[in-house]
Structures are given as C-alpha cells and as structure tokens.
Design a protein around this ligand. Structure first.
Ligand SMILES: *[C@@H]1O[C@H](CO)[C@@H](O)[C@H](O)[C@H]1NC(C)=O
Ligand SMILES: *[C@@H]1O[C@H](CO)[C@@H](O)[C@H](O)[C@H]1NC(C)=O
Ligand SMILES: *[C@@H]1O[C@H](CO)[C@@H](O)[C@H](O)[C@H]1NC(C)=O
Ligand SMILES: *[C@@H]1O[C@H](CO)[C@@H](O)[C@H](O)[C@H]1NC(C)=O
Ligand SMILES: *[C@@H]1O[C@H](CO)[C@@H](O)[C@H](O)[C@H]1NC(C)=O
Length: 389
C-alpha cells in the first residue's frame, strides 16, 4: 500500500547499502518461496522480514492453533464454502495499520485459523475463470476486526520490499481444475473441506474494506499469472482488479464459470492495446472503463448451506447465524439456476458509469487509504441505480 511505499523504499535502499558493504544479503522475495503442502516451515519469513519484520504469526497450522485468537498465516481459497481472507488480529483495526501482521480468517473450520462468524458475509460470488479463481463479496467487516469505517486496501505477496502483506502469508487452493458443475456436486455432499490436494498460489490479490472483499488467485501453470494478478493497482480497488457485477452480489451466493478478465491496467482503444500505470502521486483516474468478462453456468446457494460447519463450531458459537441465513434465503434458492446478471460480457453499468464520478471524488480522499473509496462509491451508485430501475 502507498502508505508504506516510502518506508519500504527506504528499506530497499538501506538493504542495498548494507549489501554493498557485504554485511547483509538481499532478502528472498515472498513470491519466490514455494512450498508443497503440507511440507511448510513453522514460519515462512520468521525474523527475516527486513525493516518491517519479523513475521507476526506462523504457517504451521492445525487443530491446536484453531481458535478466534489464532495467528495462523497460511490460508486456503478452495471454493465458495471454504475460503479465507486476511484480516487483523486486533478489534477496530484498519488494513493500513495491520497489513503486515494480518492473520487468516476462514469460512470453514479445519485450517487451524480463525473462523469468520457465519452471517458476517452477506453475499458472495465465486468465479471459475480459465486461468484464475475469484471470490468477491460483502461482509460486516467489524466481525473480522476491521473498523466499520475502514476503507481498507490491498494485500498481496509483493510490496515495495517484496516481503508481502502480510509478511510470511502464503496461500493454497484445491480449486484449479474445478468448475461450477463440479462445485455443485461437491455442495450436494455438504463437505466443502475434504479435498487436501492443495497447490500453492504464487500470485494472488486480496482487497478488503468498505464492507467488501475481493480475492483473486492466478493459476501458477499460466504464464500470464503475474499479469492477471497484477498487484500495482491498489488505488483503484476491486472494480478494476477483480471484475464482477458488484451491484448484484450482496444478498446472494453464486458460483459461475467465467472467461478471464483483461489484466488490470490493460485496455484497447481504437484498436490499440495500451497499458495504463497507476501514478505514484496525484489523482488516480483510470483512462478506461472495465468490461466484466462473460460468465455462465451460474448457480445460487444459501449461506446456511455454505457455512453450516462454521455455524456449529463452538469457537464461533456465540454469533447469531440466524439473521444472516434469513437475509439470504429470500433471494436465493438452493441449487437453482440464477439469471447470472454478471454474465453475457456486458460492460458493467456501475463500473462504467461510476468511473468518472468516482475519480471525481478522489481529490478529497488523497489519504493513504484511498483504494476503497473508489470501489465503495461505485457500489453505492450501482445499488442506487438498481433500486431506481
Ligand atoms: C500444530 O501447530 C503447532 C504450531 O505451528 C506446532 O507447534 C505443532 O507441532 C503442530 N502439531 C502437529 C501435530 O503438527
Ligand atoms: C491434484 O491437483 C492437481 C492440480 O490441480 C491436479 O493436476 C491433480 O490431478 C490432482 N490430483 C488428484 C489426485 O486429484
Ligand atoms: C469431509 O471429507 C473428508 C475426506 O473424505 C473426511 O475426512 C472428513 O471427515 C469429511 N468431513 C465431514 C464433516 O464430513
Ligand atoms: C450488504 O447487505 C447488508 C444486508 O444484507 C447490508 O447491511 C450492507 O450494508 C450491504 N453492504 C453494502 C456495501 O452495501
Ligand atoms: C455522475 O454524477 C453526476 C452528478 O452528480 C450525475 O448527474 C450522473 O448521473 C452521475 N453518473 C452516473 C453514471 O452515476
């Protein structure tokens, strides 16, 4: 995140200086550290996190580390019934303050982590794209320790010092090779966590803030993984980094197959493909509107079905799950086909329309926490337009 750019640049300059004197060696980038589950060290980074270190938590997570104070920093993004996100370990925190020391919060027990209270997530969409997996949605972020007003930001395995946010955070999935149909089959068993054939995800992005989240995991077998999961567009939020029809997602739980999005920053104008780079200073105004990729085979689910295991987990038992299930039940039917408003390759109206308006709002928010101002505003506009329609 931009807030730490200067600090991190200093860290790099400092470590280079030290290198020149031969008293230290460059730190290995987090994204270069590859593991085969379950063969992972107690800590991936440990004390070697550079000027932002040491690592706040650990990576060997099991039933003894599973509780609501867990400091596990190994997360899983398996399917709509079993995924995690990074968030703070301390109540009323912000992403800007906590990004280096966040822990894994998962929708399902079984990963040695904190469990997201059932009902916290009020809507989500999982896309099986050709070369990535993506889950985006809406949540009461106070239930994962973020202040209600925090506009949040991006976590990814890079950062100016290449040590990642959080430091030492690693991601695994069993989701590559699955699709909407195989998920539907899995959902019929009610066991979302059984498959332990995990692959490490090397390039991923994780935005959370303003009551939204978006997570994208690019397939390491795809040569364009780094481009599809670009991590240099943190100021423009989910609407440019993880394309989805955000205006239609809150209140529903849906799984679709999808085409790949155009990589963030890349757009075609008058037949010429151009790459826009987010400026380091000044207003951040993308010169293009996004096109939500075509999706298909969309199936809706109920949150009570997806998050049943968390609902009976004693560690999170005090949380009222009934309110969440009921708010969702009305708008989704188990296993039924949805109209998939995210489908059909149309340009997202909210995204397209709000780009100009949202960028207009940016000058008054030139704080380090800008990223989600854009996303939050777009959603608001979209939601209002939807209500008027
Ligand atoms: C469980 O995780 C803890 C903390 O990482 C570790 O110390 C312990 O050895 C692990 N237990 C097993 C049985 O793997
Ligand atoms: C495990 O996952 C990998 C990567 O998705 C896949 O190629 C392989 O076939 C899977 N193995 C089994 C036994 O399912
Ligand atoms: C889910 O499936 C796995 C593997 O088949 C099994 O070990 C586990 O006990 C199952 N969990 C539940 C809750 O049924
Ligand atoms: C999503 O829906 C919930 C109610 O189901 C609501 O409380 C919340 O404000 C909505 N989030 C956004 C960002 O609109
Ligand atoms: C952008 O804002 C202007 C002025 O508030 C408004 O008239 C216009 O309808 C908005 N456009 C969209 C797409 O929301």
């Amino acid at each position: 995140m931009s807030k730490h750019t200067l600090l991190s640049l200093f860290a790099i300059a400092f470590s280079s200086l030290v290198d020149a004197q031969g008293t230290s060696s460059a730190l290995e980038p987090l994204a270069s550290k590859h593991f085969t589950w379950p063969d992972i060290p107690f800590q991936v980074t440990g004390d070697n996190g550079g000027i932002r270190g040491p690592q706040a938590g650990f990576n060997q997570c099991n039933s003894t580390t599973e509780n609501q104070q867990s400091e596990c920093q190994t997360m899983f993004l398996n399917n709509l019934g079993d995924f995690c996100m990074w968030s703070s370990g301390q109540p009323d925190d912000t992403v800007g303050e906590s990004e280096a020391r966040e822990f894994a919060w998962c929708t399902a027990p079984g990963h040695g982590t904190r469990v997201i209270p059932p009902g916290a997530i009020t809507g989500a969409q999982w896309l099986y794209a050709k070369n990535y997996l993506q889950v985006v949605g809406f949540l009461d972020q106070t239930q994962v320790n973020l202040d209600a007003s925090d506009e949040g930001g991006e976590l990814d395995p890079h950062g100016a010092d290449e040590q990642g946010n959080p430091l030492g955070g690693i991601v695994f999935t069993n989701g590559f090779g699955m699709n909407s149909a195989s998920f539907q089959q899995l959902a019929s068993t009610g066991n979302f966590t059984g498959n332990q054939n995990y692959t490490q995800v090397i390039e991923w992005i994780d935005f959370i803030g303003s009551g939204m989240f978006c997570l994208k995991m690019c397939n390491p077998d795809d040569p364009n993984a780094a481009e599809l999961c670009q991590h240099i567009y943190d100021e423009v939020g989910c609407n440019y980094n993880a394309l989805a029809n955000y205006g239609s997602i809150n209140g529903t739980f849906e799984v679709c197959d999808s085409d790949d999005m155009t990589p963030p920053g890349v757009f075609v104008e008058n037949g010429v493909t151009t790459t826009w780079f987010q400026p380091a200073t000044g207003p951040v105004i993308p010169p293009y509107t996004t096109t939500i990729p075509s999706s298909s085979n969309c199936v809706t689910y109920q949150s009570s079905q997806l998050f049943a295991a968390a609902a009976t987990d004693p560690a999170v038992a005090t949380v009222t799950s009934s309110s969440a299930s009921s708010s969702v039940t009305g708008s989704s039917g188990s296993g039924s086909s949805s109209k998939a408003s995210g489908a059909s390759g149309s340009t997202g109206t909210g995204t397209a329309g709000a780009a100009g308006n949202a960028s207009g709002s940016i000058p008054s928010f030139q704080s380090p926490a800008t990223p989600f101002v854009v996303a939050g505003f777009i959603v608001t506009v979209t939601t209002m337009l939807a209500m008027l329609a």
